[in-house]
Structures are given as structure tokens and as C-alpha cells.
Design a protein around this ligand. Sequence first.
Ligand SMILES: [Zn+2]
Length: 506
Amino acid sequence: MSERKIIIFDTTLRDGEQSPGASLNTEEKLVIAKQLEVLGVDVIEAGFAAASPGDLDAISKVAQEVKKPVIASLARAVKGDIEAAAKALENAERKRIHTFIATSPIHVEKKLKMSYDAVIDAAVDAVKLARNYAEDVEFSAEDATRSDWDYLCKIFEKVIDAGASTINVPDTVGYTTPQEYYDLIAYLMNNIPNIDKAVVSVHCHNDLGMAVANSLSAVLAGANQVECTINGLGERAGNAALEEISMALKTRADFYKGCKTGINTQEIYRASRLVSKLTGIRVQRNKAIVGKNAFAHEAGIHQDGVIKEKRTYEIMKPEDIGIDTNKLVLGKHSGKHGLEERLRELGYNLSKEQIGVIFEEFKKLADKKKEIYDEDLRALIEDQFKLTPQVYELVSLQVVAGNAASPTATMKLVKNGEEFEDAALGDGPVDATFKALERITYVKGKLMNYDIQALTEGKDAVGEVSVKVYFADLDKAILGRGTSTDVIEASAKAYLDAINKALMLM
Ligand SMILES: [Zn+2]
């Protein structure tokens, strides 16, 4: 059988970012886009340019700095949206305008309140206009899976004639099933006369837990592009997960004969972790491929089998997605050279000065905990080289708590070399710490969410705290993160991180 390249269209930065609570700033989007490039995705949908000036700016930054993949912007089938997309993509090496209009009766009649012919006209006009700005134009029939199949054939034929080179068949509301979707894609392949001039794309939502199954079923029916997101992030229950699609095609290459993606699967774990960290949306433990338990064998009979022969219970190797099985790395007596070596193996290209800084922090950590894992090193690096410039830095923190004392936090921060010190009482040690931070920085926030997780095993594990803080002055909720072996210190760093980000916007 001949080889088929399955185009991976990543929409983490657009559909993924639309998931509740996942908002990303431009810098964070850029960092994710660069990782998506390393991961080997073919198309990055960087945003919805007409949604806001911030969205437009983020797409334009990604277009400027990420050159290997095609960069796409979403646009409704209206002039203003397409012009905004074109503007955002001005500096892209390879650009795509992705325009859409709904085709299902409920959307056409109740939402758009247009005639079916008018919808086709709007789609054709949009594609033609988009072609003035980009060679590569994708058209989506929103809510395709609840649309009339012959009407879909008609609109797709017209937009292909108008110059669309990709036609997308979204299961916008996560309603279809694998067999039904297979039949729909096959029907389109057989009944659109000019279908050979376009790539058929699929975009599935996970409302019934079938997004990945539906996408793969469509691939069997002839779809050559799959739209997906890292960690399956997305509106409501999310989109098809990129890691599941690409690992299914790889692991079951015997079944999906000839289907290949350009994904470098060893970058999957890093991408998953980055997206989870920057959006603050944790990956569930039993999530396929990237969950913490995905490669853990608990039952004695399984452990016994895996020790004798890995393949007894393992269909994939953790190394395939970039998890280092060689987990225990360094200890108190490890030297700078060993650390440097390990950092390189983990994929960090740091300067001499940066390695120096990390080595100092590493020694401090090694005093507190015996064994330093890869996760600890990653946390150190992410903690040290923040994506946002730090206005205030934590110098020292002292907290008194217990069942017989009023919780009190005393802390010292430094700003431009000048030290500030204050203390506060609170309902608990964390509350006292946050209050002291607010007293020193004069920034008041409202804690919306507080989340703590142990990054590694054992009582001396590094804890990672993430907070979501609402700042009334900005009318904006901002995410902050911090790590430490001390949970109160991690909490202080997380809250201060949010305050620093807020200060940059004030
Ligand atoms: Zn979607």
C-alpha cells in the first residue's frame, strides 16, 4: 500500500485556548508554538485574529518567529475577519487562512438566520477573498456532522472551485460516532466531483469521549488532515488529543497501513508538560499516553510480567514519548559537569552563566533532599528563568503557624536592588503569606484557585503550586506558579509570580 502523509493540524493555541480557564498571553503562546515546531506539527492554528487585538498580536508574533510549520488564523466567513487574519499572518513564511460558516439546519436557521443558498454564497465569497491574501485556504463547515450530506457536497464543491485547498468536516458538538463519521467522510469522497483538488480534514470534539476514535475512523475513510490539541485541550470536553492520534497511528502502523505523521513522538511529553504548566490545566493521572499513570504497573502480576519481558503489558515504551526511564539523576555529591551533561540530555541548551545559576540552586536543593530527579531539574530551570520579567523577587520568608499560634508571615522582597520587608497575620500560613505579599507590593488580588502537586515521589518531593488570582484593577484573572520543597515557599512564589505578571500589565 502506498504511503499516506497524515497532516497534523494543531489547534492548542486556538480551540485549546478557548477551554475555560486556559487563557495564555502572547509570550506563553510563542513558547508553546516553538515546542509545537520541534514536535513536528504541520500546521499551527495560532488563534482567531478578529477575536481581539491581543489575539491578532499573538498570531503575528508566532508568524514572525516560527517558520517551519504553516501558521493559520481562524476567520468567520466575513470580510473583517478575513482581513484581520491576513494582517496577523503578514510576516508568515507559510500562511493559511481558515474560514468557516455553519451548515447544519439548527445553526443556519436559528443562529445565522440565512437561506441555505446565502450560506453557500458567503462561503464562496469568503474563500475568494481569503485567496487574495493566501495561497493556502481552508474552509470548515461548522457542525458538519449534523448537516445534510448532499448540502455538504454542494458547499464543499463550490468552495473548492473558489480556491479552498483543504475542506474540514468538524464534529463541532462531539455528536458523531466512528461508524457514522466513516460513512460521512466516505460519502463526501465519493460524491464531491472535484474532491481530488483538496485535502479532507477532520476536527472532532470529545463530548461523548469519541474524538480520537472518530478522527482515526475518518483517516481510514480517506481524511488526510487531523485537527487536534495537546492534552486534548479544547472547548467543553476538549478536542481530539494530538498525542493519542499520533501514538495510535505509530503503535498500530500494522492496522493504519501506510499512514505516517511528521510527529517526533519523543517531544510529546515535553509538549504536554509545557501546555499543562502554562495553561494551569493539569493532565488527569490516567490520561492515555501522557498521564502520570500511563506507564505505571501497579498489580503484582503485571510488575512481574514487565520485569520478565516489557512487552507482556507494555505496548509503547515511555522513551517513545520522551519520558526518561533513567529517572534518578543526581545527588549532593554530583558535580557541575554531571549536571551540565544531564541538562543537555534533557534538551536544555543553557549558557555558561545559566548553568552556573542552576548549579547554585541545585546545590541548595541537594541539601534539602537526597535524590534529585529530572522533574526537579526541570522545575528549577522553569523557576529560575521565568517567562515574565520579575518585578519583585522573594529574598526570605518566615512563617509561624500551628494550632496554638496566630499564623504570621514575615517576608523580605527585593525590587531593583532595594529590599522591602513586612509581616501579616492570616487565617492560615498560606493566607498570611499572601497577605504579606500584598502589603509589600500594594497589589491586591482575589484568590480564585489554589492547586498543589508533588512533582516527584517521597516526603521530600518538590511541590508545585499554581494559583489563579483575580485582579480587579485589570479585570483579569492571572495564573502564577512556584516550586519548592517547602509548600509555603512554593505558595509564596506562585502568588508573587501572579503579582509580577499583573504589575507588567498595570
Ligand atoms: Zn472545535
